[in-house]
Design a protein around this ligand. Structure first.
Ligand SMILES: *Cc1c(COP(=O)(O)O)cnc(C)c1O
Length: 399
């Protein structure tokens, strides 16, 4: 596999470079005169086989198993997460693939009670129907202690931090140690933080899973997911985690197509810039929200007064562009979104455009007036002015 070190310096360690450099260079093949800086997507289902020797190790044969465009982006995301990466067709294909591969029937899995609602729904239906006992724990805890019978037959602990949409944070290193002691794999949904914000594998987790649909690619134009695990040579007792996931992906056909993958790799180059502006916008808009009397329960882990601030500062290197807050009711949210010119009503998050999503409309069990605000890359002053005006409208009574 090509590494950033190989591509840039002939093998020097990647950590010498800053985030911006790593994002621009990650996964690029070595420079070859006359070739493009980044290869185009390779569109193929079957590839030529040797007519006599048939399929050969190291040569592509069928794109459901693997394809060159996917390998380039896997190398890039693997560099950023500090592990080996497998791409999936969406975040849910990655999450469900990992859960169905590693949550054994008859065992217990621990999942966040306040995490991504589609994941919760999946474990409570499909996984439970397969004979997996599902135990839910809020992201902020309390978690069972070692020796608690709940951990006796635990095969997997899934963490989501910061959790979507409540933005609570948990201590990955402590829970990874707990999982290891209990003989359970620990997976972290790293969608909200991205690998530039948080390094679950370095903190001790076995798997870092994410939807690359969100901030990682950030242009609101594709669906993609991935699972990363530690390299086998990292000296950890992982077993063949990557191999089992690869077998799963091949059997279920959950691989991503070449065009999405290529587009994602193009977008990855600006991740550092996008996250920096989104964080700055989140910081500015959090202050506006905190100062407005109609708003309650503002959550942004980057704010010093946020309940998650201390852990977030310890384990995250940057803060997400997401802010969650609550207005009194649905009509107040309607007034906010109708009055705003720069906050687009849309789900998903991490994109270029500032968007707001009233989570209860999707069946998420949140307050009717809870809004997840995804800060885009517009100018902070424009967003501050727009949100201030929209909040004034939201605060006006309907009559
Ligand atoms: C969106 C999301 C997913 C699912 O990703 P898709 O790409 O939409 O399938 C999983 N986890 C979290 C935290 C998410 O926000």
């Amino acid at each position: 596999m090509s590494t950033l070190g190989d591509a840039m310096t002939g093998g020097e360690p990647i950590r010498r470079y800053g985030d911006g450099t790593r994002c621009v260079r990650a996964g690029l093949p070595p420079a070859v005169p006359g070739h493009p800086l980044r290869p185009g997507p390779v569109f193929a289902a079957p590839f030529h086989l040797d007519p006599v020797a048939g399929p050969q190790p190291g040569l592509d044969d069928y794109a459901r198993y693997n394809h060159p465009t996917s390998r380039d982006l896997e190398a890039a995301i693997g560099e950023l997460e500090g592990g080996d990466c497998l791409l999936f067709g969406s975040g849910m294909a990655a999450v469900s693939g990992a859960l169905l591969t590693f949550a054994r029937p008859g065992s217990t899995v621990l999942v966040p009670s306040d995490g991504y609602y589609a994941t919760r729904r999946f474990v409570e239906t499909t996984l439970a129907d397969l004979g997996v006992t599902v135990v839910t724990v809020p992201t902020a805890g309390p978690y069972p202690a070692l020796g608690d019978p709940v951990l006796d037959h635990c095969s997997l602990i899934l963490l989501e931090t910061p959790a979507n949409p409540g933005l609570d944070v948990c201590d990955i290193a402590t829970l990874a140690a707990l999982g290891r002691a209990a003989g359970a794999l620990v997976a972290v949904d790293n969608t909200t933080a991205t690998p530039l914000g948080q390094q679950p594998l370095a903190l001790g987790a076995d798997l870092s899973i994410a939807s690359a649909t969100k901030a990682m690619t950030g242009h609101s134009d594709l669906l993609l997911g991935y699972v990363c695990c530690l390299r086998p040579d990292a000296g950890r007792p992982d077993g063949d985690v990557l191999g089992r996931l690869r077998t799963w992906r091949r059997a279920t056909g959950a691989i991503a197509g070449a065009f999405e993958v290529w587009l994602a790799h193009r977008s990855l180059a600006t991740l550092d810039l996008r996250l920096a502006r989104q964080e700055a916008n989140a910081r500015a808009l959090t202050e506006v929200l905190l100062a407005h009397p109609v708003v309650t329960s503002v959550r942004w882990p980057g704010h010093p007064d946020d309940p998650a601030a201390a852990i977030a500062r310890r384990q995250m290197s940057r803060m997400p562009g997401l802010v969650t807050f609550t207005l009194p009711d649905k009509p107040a949210v309607d007034r906010l979104l109708t009055a705003s010119r720069l906050i687009t009503a849309a789900t998903s998050f991490g994109g270029l455009h500032t968007c707001a999503d009233r989570r209860a409309q999707w069946g998420d069990d949140t307050a009717e007036g809870l809004v997840r605000l995804s800060c885009g890359i517009e100018d902070p002053d424009d967003l501050v002015t727009d949100l201030s005006e929209a909040l004034a409208a939201a605060g006006r009574s309907a009559d």
